[in-house]
Design a protein around this ligand. Sequence first.
Ligand SMILES: NC(=O)C[C@H](N)C(=O)O
Length: 344
Amino acid sequence: MMGQRILIIYTGGTIGMKQTREGLAPAADLAEEIRSLVELGPAFQQQPPILETLAYDPLIDSSDMRPALWLKLAIDIEKRYDDYDGFVVLHGTDTLAYTSSALSYFIRRWGKPVVVTGAQLPFGFPRSDARANLISAIEVACTMPGSLAQVCVVFGSRIMRGNRVTKISARAYDAFDSPRYPLLGKIGIDIEFQGSRRLTHGERLASRPLQAPADDSVAMVRLFPGISANLFNAICSAPSLRGLVLEAYGSGNAPTRDPALMDAIRAAVKRGIVVLVVSQPLDGVVSFDRYAAGSGLPGAGAISGGDLTPEAAVTKLYYLIACGLDAAQITRELQRPVSGEMSL
Ligand SMILES: NC(=O)C[C@H](N)C(=O)O
């Protein structure tokens, strides 16, 4: 029997960086290192996987990631979907949670693992996590049970649903967590999958052609004590704005004693801007009826994002815009999951 065929797409990030005078910067020779990778886990001793690589040009620090690139990544994977058993995406950690969320929506074929990973230290550095993360990602791509196959993030000791992760550390090797949803599995001496985290896909939108969404069609605002209607109006006056993620306090609370702010939100919604509310705490869920202070936002026409992470919320808005939906359709689609990103 042949080994699994895995395509490794290298987008950049610390995992393949080299030291330059300006600091760490992406370098191209990681693809060579991957090809010569022999130190694969026990799962491969009998049947080594067939690894192929696709390196992007230019390689980027993930701070340069853009919505159009999510679409390109999704198309690159979809085009090759039948040729491989699984996909590994090597990505910088800074915006990895956005990309893994975006891929869970933008890739509209299901049934194969798409594993996103990266590293906190470059491949060649002593004590780097790059090799371990890469090998774990390949092993997960080869062995993930079909019933569990989805866009996931493998990093440090955790296997997580792609649209549930958030970066929690710029220093620890366990840089990501899935605070609002259980892990898909754990990486220790063995890789242990949690078989019950099966995913049901919303297939409704899969036939709609995707257009790269404009960068400035989505914005994100985090509430803070002192936030003013003026500031909110200034952001919402951008003519291209279609959707706004509002990071509210706790279970969706906002300063309801500031009628000007609530009026500004109401006016934005009236102009066709979809306002999607998520919760600021790592382990937060929007539940507007818990506090009186939670009544302001739905009263102004904002929509609950439930337990969506901010990353999954922003990318979902971009995705629904990429599907060509209008404000009423976007509002409707936000109430249900596309790809397991929210609990109902
Ligand atoms: N650890 C990393 O990969 C950070 C890097 N700045 C990136 O996101 O590309």
